[in-house]
Design a protein around this ligand. Structure first.
Ligand code: MG
Length: 254
């Protein structure tokens, strides 16, 4: 069963989403050449404490980080460590928080200085595919419509979607029903209803869709070493316009 949220529960989720977005944007501003990913993770811990929330990721299946921070060929689930951010990198930051028992989850990809045009396009296409999907998060539509729209936008731009990892319902727990793959068949799957809350998160590769997991058992990397991008929002299905609970202004193009 996909949970339906209303009333006070929705207010709690709106707060969790807003806080997740604020923390993510503060963390994103810490990204610059010379900083290690561990330093970013430590900054995230401080921002969460200041916001009165805790990480939804730390300790989840023993995940050791406050946030997921993944560079270049790393797709998702990177762990803060000694790797130093360099000019020309792309940095994926995924922030999930628990605020008063409710979870907000969001992610973005930050370019560090000048990046090659094809990588810039990768970021654009990934973020566009997120918003294409969000536009289909409407009551009465089938989940498969949303999933298919991501893959279509990506394939139309000659890039590939990661199939092994998926978006998810979110609420009391980080991962609730339904699973939200970034591919699917239109007209299939559950019918979306007002009050469902979806974490939609396209992961898009410039090269092959194939990925592998590193020896740390967490970090997902592209098999061909080419870059990957990731954007995510927590979205409420309403009777009308989808409501992005983790709303942020888009980062200006570099
Ligand atoms: Mg997520």
């Amino acid at each position: 069963m996909i949970p339906i949220r209303k009333g006070k529960q929705l207010d709690m989720m709106r707060t969790a989403g807003r806080v997740a977005s604020e923390v993510l944007q503060r963390v994103a501003r810490e990204v610059r050449p010379g900083v290690t990913t561990r330093e970013i993770d430590e900054a995230a811990a401080q921002f969460m404490a200041e916001a009165g929330c805790i990480s939804a990721f730390l300790g989840y299946r023993d995940f050791p980080g406050q946030i997921c921070i993944s560079l270049n060929e790393e797709v998702v689930h990177g762990i803060g460590g000694d790797r130093r951010i360099q000019y020309g990198d792309i940095v994926k930051i995924d922030v999930g928080v628990i605020k008063d028992g409710w979870v907000g989850d969001n992610a973005l990809t930050v370019p560090v200085g000048e990046i090659p045009p094809e990588v810039r396009r990768l970021l654009e296409v990934t973020e566009e595919s997120l918003h294409v999907a969000i536009d289909r998060a409407r009551a009465g539509r089938k989940l498969g419509d949303l999933c298919h729209s991501v893959e279509k936008h990506v394939l139309d731009n000659h890039m590939s979607v990661v199939r092994e990892f998926v978006g998810h319902g979110v609420g009391r727990k980080l991962h609730e029903e339904p699973q939200i793959p970034n591919h699917g068949r239109p007209g299939t799957g559950p019918r979306l209803q007002e009050g469902m809350i979806l974490a939609i998160e396209p992961m898009v590769n410039l090269g092959t869709e194939k990925v592998k997991i590193l020896a740390d058992n967490w970090t997902v990397v592209t098999l061909d070493g080419k870059p990957s991008a990731h954007f995510e929002h927590t979205v409420l299905v309403t009777a009308d316009e989808p409501e992005i609970l983790t709303w942020r202004e888009r980062l200006a193009a570099v």
